[in-house]
Design a protein around this ligand. Structure first.
Ligand code: PLP
Length: 480
């Protein structure tokens, strides 16, 4: 076992080299891991080691057992899901975070973590043009941020009685979100005790955005039936197609009926660093809470979710709990962030954000985000120019939704099948990694152009692979 700083120094230098090698060689790996289910497990001994093992031996097994089972999220041709970007600055900071091993639960347990968090949250308000009067806190994930929003909305709507009495007397609270909303909304509705049935899914329009007329109708219908509309969750950048719900119109409806408005901008929120993208967030000041994930598109490795609220008192009243052993003399004068969310123990997440924001500079973040948006435009041009491909949704951000549609094939099921096949083959090639969704019953390929290290030539190669694979499939069909 490593026993002293000098041994640690030796291993740490080697580790630094290994990590730098990884970044240098990352494009040599297949993007999507090729292991079969159970393969990694079968290479791991069933019993834990009894005696100490040297780091060199552990690293040898890391190369042999672990690396083949890694899907390379930091590969420039990772175009699947949404990115979980890292960056050099973020990795360095994460290393320091582990060394310091902070518990940022209350101010006293880490004054620097608490105050740095306060500052970077203020910085991000400015960087992203968020309303001045908001207050921010870091959560682990958007799921946890949205859960905090629903719990606070629940307490507000019930006069803080559900925390005390439980749900029994208030079983008719309702949540509203579009049919394209992220699954974390339903999860939060379940965990917060609303019940899945009280999450009302509102239809979307032709560009997959919330139909606000249908929202208002649903609210009125529910009120007439004795329900209390409690919270609306609107999305800027849905997970399926990066659609944008009309924030202002939704906010006006929420104000009219005194309903909490939570905005989920987990992925697309980073785009607001560009003034020319802020029209998507018009009406943001009407929101009660807002979440976006620097751990997706802002070059900060998982986890770091930025949660902003209009009224921190509401949030604190929802979560505050004060056992004797956590009473301090600074209470009330400082932020004790354990009262701002679900967890007591909290990681020092602000450190990596501080590194990233300073090392990139706001300008550097803007430049990279703009490049990603330009690459999405380039890809969507290629698709529109190609007779055998079509876009399936507007390209609002760095996500392109498309499918292969050879002219002579019109049957929906057949198209779904060949696109599923195309996806499998492209991913098996190891050259790139795409994911899919269903839009209006059509199997849709999703290609994200927002990986930290993505350059034009990577995307050209990826598009080339998609084209070539589709041609091979077409040749096979003709022969068959
Ligand atoms: C990714 C995503 C989430 C979930 O984010 P986590 O941080 O993994 O919980 C929620 N909403 C949207 C719109 C997302 O894209």
């Amino acid at each position: 076992m490593i026993k002293d700083p000098s041994e640690f120094r030796f291993e740490a230098h080697r580790m630094a080299d290994r990590i730098a090698d990884y970044f240098e060689e990352i494009t040599r790996y297949p993007v999507k891991s090729r292991v079969k289910p159970g393969e990694v497990l079968s290479l791991l001994p069933e019993l834990p080691p009894e005696s100490p093992e040297p780091i060199s031996g552990i690293m040898a097994d890391f190369e042999r057992v672990i690396m083949p089972g890694i899907t390379h999220w930091q590969h420039p041709n990772f175009h699947a899901y949404f990115p979980a970007n890292s960056s050099y600055a973020s990795v360095l900071a994460e290393w320091l975070t582990a060394a310091l091993g902070q518990q940022a639960m209350i101010w006293e347990t880490s004054p620097a973590a608490t105050e740095l968090e306060e500052r970077v949250m203020q910085w991000m308000k400015q960087m992203f043009g968020l309303p001045e009067h908001w207050t921010g806190v870091l959560q682990d994930t958007a799921s946890a941020s949205t859960l905090a929003a629903l719990l606070t909305a629940r307490e507000k709507a019930s006069g803080f009685s559900i925390n005390e009495e439980g749900f029994a007397a208030n079983s008719k609270l309702r949540i509203y979100a579009s049919s394209e909303t992220h699954s974390s909304i339903e999860k939060a509705a379940r965990i917060a005790g609303f019940g899945r049935k009280n999450l009302v899914k509102i239809p979307v329009d032709e560009v997959f955005a919330l139909d606000t007329a249908a929202l208002e109708e649903a609210i009125l219908r529910d009120k007439a039936a004795g329900y209390t509309p409690c919270c609306v969750v609107a999305t800027i950048g849905t997970t399926g197609s990066a659609a944008v719900d009309p924030v202002r119109k939704t906010g006006e409806i929420c104000s009219k009926y005194n309903i909490w408005l939570h905005i989920d901008a987990a992925f697309a929120g980073t785009a607001l660093v560009l003034p020319e993208m802020r029209h998507f967030a018009d009406g943001l000041e009407l929101a009660d809470s807002y979440v976006f994930n620097p751990h997706k598109w802002m070059f900060t490795n998982f986890d770091a979710s930025a949660y902003f609220v209009r009224d921190p008192e509401m949030l604190i009243r929802t979560f505050e709990i004060l056992p004797e052993y956590l009473k301090t003399r600074t209470r009330g004068k400082v932020n004790d962030y354990r009262d701002w969310g679900v967890a007591l123990g909290r990681r020092f997440r602000a450190l990596k954000l501080w590194f990233v924001i300073r090392n990139y500079g706001t300008e550097g973040i803007r430049t990279t985000v703009r490049k990603h948006l330009d690459l999405a435009c380039w890809l969507s041009d290629q698709i529109q120019r190609s007779a055998d491909f079509e876009l399936l949704a507007p390209v609002n951000f760095s996500l392109v939704c498309f499918r292969y549609k050879p002219g002579h094939i019109t049957d929906k099921e057949t198209l779904n099948q060949i696109n599923q096949q195309l996806l499998t083959r492209v991913n098996e090639s190891g050259n790139l990694y795409l994911s899919h969704t269903m839009l209006n019953g059509s199997f849709c390929l999703r290609m994200v152009t927002a990986q930290t290290y993505l350059e034009k030539h990577h995307l050209e190669k990826a598009w080339h692979v998609v084209l070539e694979t589709s041609k091979t499939m077409s040749d096979e069909r003709n022969m068959g």
